[in-house]
Design a protein around this ligand. Structure first.
Ligand code: GDP
Ligand code: MG
Length: 175
């Protein structure tokens, strides 16, 4: 034997949600263990690759970020092609971004593969003084759509690995 690819399975995940909720920051924290306070961070990246072991298999995660097109709600079928798992992300300090999760779910139902797994993330849990949404509100919304839910902070890294590992595991489990 020898040679060949260094993974057993490749899965495509996506970061979805309103602008500035922290999609790019969560991805950079997970993939590179990096965080940038600056608004320059709002510039999107295409995707990041991270390989991890899940249930004895080497799984290559290809995780797609948006390049700002979420601002215009122009995320289309072409963009979701091949998506296996989606993070739906809101900002716990902005109620509007939580309300908009319903619109993102509708967008996904209309445009993404029907089998896609979804995990809801309430990001910026470190900003307790500015919080507009309780963890219970996130949990309730997630339950309504049968999603798992995590409150995370890209800034402190709180729950970031747990959210990514959970979505990756759920995808691998149904493949
Ligand atoms: P995106 O538009 O959804 O990709 O959001 P970004 O990742 O560009 O983040 C927007 C802004 O929020 C940036 O200034 C980040 O530094 C900041 N940010 C992202 N995640 C967190 C977090 O968990 N906590 C705090 N305090 N700020 C965050
Ligand atoms: Mg971004």
């Amino acid at each position: 034997a020898g040679g060949g690819r260094n993974f057993d399975l490749q899965i495509k995940l996506m970061m979805i949600g309103d602008t500035t909720v922290g999609k790019t920051s969560l991805l950079l924290r997970f993939a590179d263990d990096d965080f940038n306070e600056s608004v320059l961070a709002t510039i999107g990246i295409d995707f990041k690759i991270k390989t991890m072991e899940i249930d004895g298999r080497r799984v290559k995660l290809q995780i797609w970020d948006t390049a700002g097109q979420e601002r215009f709600r122009t995320i289309t079928q072409a963009y979701y092609r091949g998506a296996m798992g989606i993070f739906l992300i809101y900002d716990v300090t902005k109620a509007k971004t939580w309300e908009n999760i319903r619109n993102w779910v509708a967008n996904i139902e209309a445009n993404a593969p029907q089998t896609v797994n979804k995990v809801l993330i309430g990001n910026k849990s470190d900003l307790s003084a500015e919080r507009q949404l309780s963890a219970a509100q996130g949990q309730q919304l997630a339950e309504e759509y049968g999603m798992k839910f995590f409150e995370c902070s890209a800034r402190t890294r709180h729950n970031v690995d747990a959210a990514f590992v959970t979505l990756a595991r759920d995808v691998v489990a149904r493949l």
